[in-house]
Design a protein around this ligand. Sequence first.
Ligand SMILES: NC(=O)c1ccc[n+]([C@@H]2O[C@H](COP(=O)([O-])OP(=O)(O)OC[C@H]3O[C@@H](n4cnc5c(N)ncnc54)[C@H](OP(=O)(O)O)[C@@H]3O)[C@@H](O)[C@H]2O)c1
Length: 321
Amino acid sequence: MLAVYVDQFDPDEPLRGLRVAERPEPEPRTGWRTISVRAAALNHHDIWSLRGVGLAAERLPMILGCDAAGVDDGGNEVIVHAVVSSPDWRGDETLDPHRSLLSERHQGTLAQRVSVPARNVVPKPPSLSFEQAACLPTAYLTAYRMLFTRARVLPGQTILVQGAGGGLASALIALGAHAGARVWATSRSEAKRELARALGADAVFATGERLPERVDAVFDSVGAATWSHSLRALKPGGVLVTSGATSGDPTPAGLSRIFFLQLSVVGSTMGTRDELSQLTEFVVQHRIEPLIDRTLPLEEARDGFAAMLTGKLQGKVVFTV
Ligand SMILES: NC(=O)c1ccc[n+]([C@@H]2O[C@H](COP(=O)([O-])OP(=O)(O)OC[C@H]3O[C@@H](n4cnc5c(N)ncnc54)[C@H](OP(=O)(O)O)[C@@H]3O)[C@@H](O)[C@H]2O)c1
């Protein structure tokens, strides 16, 4: 089958190890289902994998991709949940110390077919296209958990989203706005700030710009480039939810501000299968259309990866199969 995979790491030129070529079909496994992928979305996680971050060299070659929507072997339209926990794990899958994401230990979703544990699918609502549904399992699920499980954002609160144009950030803006929060967003680019407004942001700012007042919660996946601004943006007692470090680890950490203002710094990663179901309902009820920058056939996946590396994307890159 056709697949997009990594066969060598290159921390500086990640596309050097990217291949779009034939790979073996998934082996049938008891308790697992094979999904015929109709659409699969790209995430920054796939770039990290090409750089050798979070993926062990002995697992190469590895098919990339965490996100997919497709049809299972019973003919059901499904969305794949990318967090694979141990078979005997009960409760929040993201807290299983042995959990992995698809494409870390098990072959990923950027392929004609992917095999996942039977519990790792949720029904795809008919009102969502396969392309829209494929955006949900990583960026939108991570945003959902950051907002509602980790920060417990309430209607009327003011929140700040850093790096407005990314897949995760655009999901945070759309979900936060539909939940009744007052959403502020930053971006380095004027075009992406406009886009943030279109997604529901009430006000937009250049990266690092002074805000008119302090906010209840900040959502930061950028890391070093925005961290100190995120801390300065918070009211006393506010919460900073971090889920990524695209620009690297921040120094200094800003400890004195954190303890004097009694800020909470909260980590967040992906989400549970139950949260994926709740997110899917939320998206349908609020008629949210995940923001897609471009849709490409799987054969042209390299162009999508290259576009993500430019940092100019507005929303998700989706591959159709
Ligand atoms: N923990 C998890 O479960 C989880 C899940 C999803 C994503 N993530 C992480 O979250 C990050 C974003 O993922 P993504 O898929 O949304 O990536 P993406 O689509 O490539 O978006 C990256 C965004 O980061 C901002 N950015 C990058 N470098 C910046 C800099 N130097 N200064 C200011 N802003 C910068 C950009 O915002 P502007 O261009 O608008 O300024 C860009 O829109 C990645 O590090 C990813 O690994 C983690």
